[in-house]
Design a protein around this ligand. Structure first.
Ligand SMILES: [Zn+2]
Length: 424
């Protein structure tokens, strides 16, 4: 396995070396002929592919550094090195474009000649070949940085073609405007290279999202796993992205289960979004906005104190309350199972009915094991009601997080205590 990785790395290194040699050669030919014929358009083209060699070299060096053992020990790696280098290169390119461009546009028009046009055209196949080699190396190393660089090089080949056309027209017609057009195209190409190298690296250095659609994709992946996304962030660093995600799970999901969901989400994000290096998922219990609270009562009023019974209470107060304790709606229902012959079943039926009514929480003084278990199974939370507060007040306290959650039923196994000798 490691041998295969090393083999792939060696092949990629060969491809990249060949690519650099081709672009380097193109740079020398263009620059040399440009100087010889005082052709500023060709000089700019030579400088452009020359700095492109530097940009590719920066990508390769930072890739090697980022994958080094020393860098892997750093919490965020050394990926920003690439951004820093790319930004400095961008500044240099911008300077070159303005300096040489203005000089060329203001300066004299060179004599019309075939050689600069031929030199520009002859170097285009080399540049296209270099782009192909970079793309192949990028595939081998799964490097988005190299892929982007290959795309840039293809654009350069097209731009070089336009310059070649301009220079050829100038040679054929001797019209100065044709030369100026070629020159301006060359300057624009150089400015674009500066913009491309500079923009992404500056955004990375400032931690401004480079691509907001990536954050949307992260959110979509998380919500497809049935959790609420509280926050999603991405931090670009050279060719990679660090993702931070805060999810909210239902309050009844155990920490262990939540961790499993978090790991699944992280794996899916890494697999389906290119360049994601690490995903950190924070888990928060869901902060609910609305609660539908059921409280057993003995008198048909929300001002009544909670009943000491659950299944055998005469009425249920069903109260819709907001997180700040504001009551939105309330109603009283008669408990049809109060007089059930089998006390165990009355609790079960009551619990089922509450579930059907969309109740999210129950506040009780007492509750048996079976009813308690059934409520939990329906993901209804059970709280200890305050016996000296009204149903309404209890609902408000619950919403504001001021009631204690019941960790277990208040009385267990009512069937086991009926004359059983096992208990004693
Ligand atoms: Zn370029």
């Amino acid at each position: 396995m490691q041998g295969a990785v090393r083999g792939r790395g060696a092949r990629a290194a060969l491809l990249l070396a060949a690519s650099l040699a081709l672009v380097g050669l193109a740079a020398l030919v263009r620059y040399g002929v440009g100087v010889a014929y005082s052709n500023k358009a060709l000089i700019i083209e030579g400088l452009h592919v020359g700095v492109d060699v530097v940009i590719t070299a920066v990508i390769i060096v930072s890739m090697v550094l980022a994958r080094s053992r020393r860098a892997q020990r750093l919490p965020y790696g050394l990926f920003k090195l690439e951004d820093l280098a790319a930004f400095m290169v961008a500044v240099v390119i911008l300077y070159l474009a303005l300096e040489v461009g203005i000089e060329g546009i203001e300066g004299p028009v060179p004599s019309a000649s075939l050689i600069p046009a031929a030199a520009e055209a002859a170097t285009i196949p080399a540049i296209l070949g270099a782009a192909w080699l970079k793309e192949k190396a990028g595939e081998l190393l799964r490097s988005p940085g190299l892929h982007a660089d290959a795309v840039h090089t293809i654009v350069d080949a097209v731009e070089g073609g336009l310059v070649a056309v301009g220079l050829t027209a100038f040679w054929l017609t001797g019209v100065a405007a044709a030369y100026r057009v070629a020159l301006i195209v060359a300057v624009i190409g150089l400015l674009l290279a500066a913009w491309e190298a500079g923009r992404d690296s500056l955004l990375s250095l400032l931690d401004i999202p480079r691509d907001r659609s990536l954050i949307d994709r992260v959110r979509r992946i998380a919500t497809s796993h049935g959790v609420e996304v509280a926050e999603a962030r991405a931090r670009w660093s050279g060719p990679v992205v660090f993702v931070e995600l805060t999810i909210r799970t239902h309050p009844l999901i155990s920490v262990e289960d939540a961790a499993i969901i978090a790991r699944r989400i992280a794996d899916r994000i890494k697999k389906s979004i290119e360049g994601v290096w690490e995903v950190i998922v924070r888990i928060e219990p869901c902060r609910r906005k609305r609660f539908r609270v059921a409280i057993p009562i003995d008198k048909p009023s929300t001002e009544a104190k909670p009943s000491r019974h659950f299944g055998r209470a005469a009425y249920m107060a069903i109260i819709d309350v907001e997180a700040d304790g504001k009551i939105r709606a309330s109603k009283i229902i008669r408990n049809p199972y109060q007089a059930d012959k089998e006390p165990l079943l009355s609790g079960v039926k009551t619990a089922e009915k509450l579930h059907d009514m969309g109740v999210s929480d129950v506040a009780v003084i007492n509750i048996g094991e079976v009813s308690y278990g059934l409520l939990l199974r329906h993901q209804i939370l059970v709280w200890r009601a305050k016996h000296d507060k009204t149903a309404k007040e209890n609902a408000a306290l619950l919403a504001k997080g001021q009631l204690e959650k019941l960790r277990e039923p208040t009385h267990e196994k009512p069937w086991a205590s009926r004359g059983s000798h096992m208990e004693a």
